[in-house]
Design a binder for this molecule. Structure first.
Ligand code: FES
Ligand code: FES
Length: 140
């Protein structure tokens, strides 16, 4: 059916023209980096977010060493992230990605990888912010 065709094309489009491939400066306090691996297949995904003064994700990048579905999932994830707050980002579910890309059961874990990468990136950002708040004892 046409509907299924459109869904398949969406995966292929994200696979052939992945959005937001690249890296952000991990040294920056405003950047959170998540790197996760899939035990099922050994694929690795790196996802980074850059947060502005208002707490909104203004930039998202990824690099994925993996299958087409993992690349498509991370590409879609970076698009979903932009404009969201970090709290909203944390609530993104892999099932949204599965639905959007119509992933088959054997490819569900590829979308889980994207959800885990988002959560890891948010946690990394939060950790950096928390560290910033702490007094630097070595400076006192
Ligand atoms: Fe082949 Fe993930 S199992 S790339
Ligand atoms: Fe393992 Fe896609 S991430 S097959």
């Amino acid at each position: 059916p046409l509907y299924e065709m459109a869904k398949a094309e969406k995966v292929l489009d994200h696979y052939h023209n992945p959005r937001n491939v690249g890296s952000l400066n991990d040294k920056s306090d405003n950047v959170g980096t998540g790197i996760v691996g899939a035990p099922e297949c050994g694929d690795v995904m790196k996802l980074q977010i850059q947060i502005n003064e208002q707490g909104i994700i203004e930039e998202a990048k990824f690099k994925t060493f993996g299958c087409g579905s993992a690349i498509a999932s991370s590409s879609l994830a970076t698009e979903m992230l932009k404009g969201k707050s970090v709290n909203e980002a944390f609530t993104i579910k892999n099932t949204e990605i599965v639905k959007e890309l119509n992933l088959p059961p054997v490819k569900i874990h590829c979308s889980v990888l994207a959800e885990d990468a988002i959560k890891a990136a948010v946690e990394d950002f939060r950790k950096k912010q928390a560290n910033k708040m702490q007094p630097q004892s070595d400076l006192v």
